[in-house]
Design a protein around this ligand. Structure first.
Ligand code: NAI
Length: 334
């Protein structure tokens, strides 16, 4: 099948080409993001392959269908960028990669916790400048601290195991309890209890209408004074402006982000020669106790291989039987 593959970098192509060696699809690599402006680039393809910041709203889906495209193969677990209701009404199939490496994201969240706590980002810069002073680098023992995990699915569960290894007490909030987490001593509590009782809060829930701005001004007000907040899920789970206010008062002691509400215009590109126009993001960058990575938590060899292989299996399944291996639809979510 001819597949228009949007938002691709050389590293994507390497893993997709390897996974496609047997399947033999015709992959047309496009650097641009999929938006209403770029949708025409899919002309002639039977399927579209898309990533986290590609726009799959109603208008884009309708334009794709007009070109005869009925399969959208997402190279991601999250599908918050797809209008599933419109996809259903148009009879389009949405496939995703539900699991590739939960370890990749959980380990990255742990890396953010450790780096922020021990100020590794600041120490690295200081030592390179010949500044070996310790002032401002004081951290705390993770041993004996309480970590709150919002969302204990595949990634949250791995993160719980990692933090248990440090000797942390784990609180969790999730409408669905995970027995694997309960088995290692994770205690399920209300969101309010989690926010009030945790030294570190890490977000691992999907972005849905219910979780949009889950961490808003009211939630931030319930945090322990000086708590650390980590977000590797989706940017809009956090109200960035509320978090900035809390960083200024000290309510939030440190913030680690791999995702950002308005990341689509920033992440995955080298903008180092340009002036950043997003003042909210620029403010975040100005804090010494904020550490941001550009949506790289998934970026390990194992995860990239898994994403590419499952994506090819989805496309092949659809080509052969009209069904992708891992479909997502409003019905399946209900
Ligand atoms: P999952 O589906 O296995 O687990 C999600 C968990 O969140 C489930 O247990 C669900 O019950 C829970 N949840 C749903 N609504 C909730 C709410 N209102 N409050 C608390 N918990 C809630 O998903 P998985 O694989 O663990 O991924 C989680 C999210 O991580 C994805 O949806 C995606 O947005 C993000 N992600 C980020 C990546 C990155 O590179 N930064 C890479 C992969 C995923």
């Amino acid at each position: 099948m001819r597949v228009a593959v949007f938002s691709t970098k050389p590293y994507d192509r390497k893993f997709l080409d390897a996974a496609n060696a047997e399947a033999g699809h015709e992959l047309v690599y496009l650097e641009s993001r999929l938006t209403l402006r770029t949708v025409a680039a899919a002309e002639g393809a039977g399927a579209v392959c898309a990533f986290v910041n590609d726009e799959l709203n109603g208008s884009v889906l309708a334009a794709l269908l007009q070109q005869g495209i009925r399969l959208i193969a997402l190279r991601s677990a999250g599908f918050n960028n797809v209008d599933l209701v419109v996809a259903r009404d148009l009879g389009m199939t949405i496939a995703r990669v539900p699991e590739y490496s939960p370890h990749a994201i959980a380990e990255h969240a742990a890396a953010l916790v450790l780096s922020l706590n021990r100020k590794i980002h600041r120490a690295y810069a200081r030592v390179r400048e010949g500044n070996f002073a310790l002032d401002g680098l004081l951290g705390f023992d993770l041993f004996g601290r309480t970590v709150g995990i919002v969302g204990t699915g595949r990634i949250g569960a791995v993160f719980a195991r990692i933090m248990t290894g440090f000797g942390c007490t784990i609180l969790a909030f999730d409408p669905r309890r995970n027995p694997d987490c309960e088995a290692i001593g994770v205690r399920y509590v209300s969101l309010d209890e989690l926010l009030a009782g945790s030294d570190v809060v890490s977000l691992h829930c999907p972005l849905t209408p219910e979780t949009h701005h889950l961490i808003d001004a009211a939630a931030v007000a319930r945090l322990r004074e000086g708590a650390m907040l980590i977000n590797t899920s989706r940017g809009a789970v956090v109200d960035t402006r509320a978090v900035i206010r809390a960083l200024k008062t000290g309510r939030i002691g440190s913030l680690g982000l791999d995702v950002y509400e308005e990341e689509a215009d920033l992440f995955f590109e080298d903008l180092s020669n340009r002036v950043i126009q997003d003042d909210v993001f620029a403010r975040l960058l100005s804090f010494p106790n904020v550490l941001i990575t550009g949506h790289q938590a998934f970026f390990t060899t194992e995860a990239m291989r898994g994403i590419a292989e499952t994506t090819m299996a989805n496309i092949t399944g659809f080509g052969r039987h009209g069904r992708a291996v891992h479909e997502v639809s409003v019905e399946r979510l209900a």
